[in-house]
Design a protein around this ligand. Structure first.
Ligand SMILES: Nc1ncnc2c1ncn2[C@@H]1O[C@H](COP(=O)(O)OP(=O)(O)O)[C@@H](O)[C@H]1O
Ligand SMILES: [Mg+2]
Length: 224
């Protein structure tokens, strides 16, 4: 499903060139649950932005579902992000003035799903993550774990094939983090392909396989 070959990402800061990912090779098959671990600043988020088509490699090849991402137009990329990929972030990225159900509806709004259908599906998703009774709450009236559940429901809205999560338990206490991880494991059991970025070994252990990144280089891969 995902193939990276010799992917390098560099940023120019002032007159310095900073290479953040160095010759990264990676293959992720459909239905896999993979964690990416590494110290702060090792390039994990940069890698996730590339996997999520939010950013492009400086050099190298990224194929998603057999398509070379560099060959897609901006419009195609936006479409891939909206329809094929679900994103979950450390700080939830919910819109504060919108209720939980409207947050979950957003990706469907962008995809042109009709109002009644998207409301129905959003409520169904909130039910699925155990928040049916909180659908009309604003994010600020929800706990961290509940916010992340809303974010997961939103990530699932357009039936993505790939779920990308960047430190999804990073802002949560340990018990709540474990609840969120159980949710990812259940999604994996139902066939979802998941890539989760973390620096918590307990979180990484929930995945089938761990990829380690140090200073932008893949160090080792081990079975989880
Ligand atoms: N847009 C950017 N411009 C310049 N440097 C960046 C940019 N994004 C990330 N970096 C640098 O790249 C390195 C890796 O960042 P990041 O991928 O966020 O690491 P991680 O998620 O593993 O903590 C850091 O040194 C960071 O400062
Ligand atoms: Mg990061």
């Amino acid at each position: 499903m995902i193939t990276l070959r010799c992917v390098t990402k560099s940023y120019t800061v002032g007159d310095q060139e900073l290479t953040v990912l160095k010759d990264v090779d990676m293959t992720i098959r459909q239905g896999e649950f993979v964690s990416v671990m590494g110290p702060s600043g090792s390039g994990k988020s940069t890698l996730m932005h590339i996997l999520g088509c939010l950013d492009t490699p400086t050099s190298g090849s990224y194929q998603l579902d057999g398509q070379e991402v560099a060959h897609l137009t901006k419009r195609d990329l936006a479409e891939v992000r909206n329809r094929s990929i679900g994103f979950v972030f450390q700080n939830f990225h919910l819109l504060p003035r919108m209720s939980a159900v409207r947050n979950v509806e957003l990706p469907m709004t962008y995809a042109g799903v009709k109002r009644t259908e998207r409301r129905h599906r959003a409520l169904e998703l909130l039910e699925q993550v155990g928040l049916g009774a909180r659908a009309r709450y604003l994010p600020n009236a929800l706990s961290g774990g509940q916010k992340q559940r809303v974010a997961i429901a939103r990530a699932l809205a357009n039936h993505p094939r790939l779920l990308l999560a960047d430190e999804p338990t990073g802002a949560l206490d340990q018990r709540t983090g474990q609840e969120i991880m159980s949710m990812f494991q259940a999604l994996h059991a139902s066939g979802m392909t998941i890539v989760i970025i973390t620096h918590d070994p307990n979180v990484a252990a929930a995945a089938q396989r761990t990829i380690r990144l140090v200073d932008g280089v893949i160090q080792e891969e081990d079975a989880g």
